[in-house]
Design a protein around this ligand. Sequence first.
Ligand code: PMP
Ligand code: GLN
Length: 412
Amino acid sequence: HARRLEGIDKNIWVEFTQLAADYKAVNLGQGFPDFSPPSFIQEAFCNALTGGFRMHQYTRAFGHPNLVKILAKFFSRIVGREIDPMEDILVSVGAYQALFCTFQALVDEGDEVIIVEPFFDCYQPMVMMAGGMPVYVPLKPREGRGPALTSADWVLSPEELASKFTSRTKAIVINTPNNPLGKVYQWEELQVIADLCIKHDVICISDEVYEWLTYDGAKHVKIASLPGMWERTVTIGSAGKTFSATGWKVGWAIGSGHIMKHLKTVHQNSVYHCATAAQEAISVGFQREYDVFGTEDSYFHQLPITLHEKRKRLADCLKSVGLKPILPQGGYFMIADISNINVDLNDPTTKEEPYDYRFVKWLIKEKGLATIPVSAFYSPEHRDQFQKYIRFCFVKEDSTLQAAENILKQWS
Ligand code: PMP
Ligand code: GLN
């Protein structure tokens, strides 16, 4: 095999999704809704499929025209500047491929890319496949303030962050709301990052796939909207997360045309474009959301309200069984400290693995509940320090959350 694949053959989603299926576990692991997308978007997909031959054939390489037009219109209003549908947007096969195109297009052999831990796991292999060197900087629980209770208590040290920027730094990757922690970066925190990007002429890759999902008044801020940042930011989004349709695999990257043209080069020479009918349906969904934006009819308004309830329910349940959840400000995951739980992990097949991996495997195999080990969201260098958390996904039917609750209450 090619050298670029060295050390990246393991994948937590492949491993733990299979394990959850093998044991028919109640699944609070992989992040996907176990309910249907809103009916307006399902109808849009059906209409696209029955609307004539065009929806079954190729469309524009960099994004179906109807979709890039409405994405530009929608996000121009949010970013506060005119976004050009043809120049500034690339539609991709999920946020995954938008990220892949970004790293391939911008990172050269030997370039350093700063990644904030904990991070969505694919950033590391993607940087490495581009020949880059990941450099890690951790979010840490604030010191001297008692135990961290919410994701807002986890912060970057501005000094530590600054120390990671060198003459070789090409880009920094941030994720807000963050997976797995649920941190939503405040404006002031983004300003610190922006100042460093501008000072060192570094690109910011901002993964915002959970942008609509914030709770308790936390506000999602786009770093691209800060002064001087539009020109150096690639913002990543996902229709799968936006409309609860992760299997449709439609995502996008938005940024200044002078950067986006390089992402397009990767895209046109690899996948060319993603499914036309799915793009058409998402365009109809965004047009609808544009028309009802800020009203109670908006799905972007309704979904976080639904999830707010589920988040509380899961947090209460975890606390009642002696786990210590960190309440997320955004996204649909919650991490919890498992160090209070005493279990006998005597499975010899997992002996060499980190504690959280062993715990999660035990929970799947012995108790029928699937979650994800949080050390998977850390670099090999720092993994050892973060083996006491597991991640729960709460974008699930109440009946699924109830089933999980029943399992947790039985053994603890
Ligand atoms: N970024 C983050 C932070 C994610 O959690 C995910 C997984 N849903 C992705 C990107 C990939 O998104 P998509 O399913 O649209 O490829
Ligand atoms: N993003 C999803 C999660 O964090 C799953 C990604 C995947 O399955 N590859 O759970």
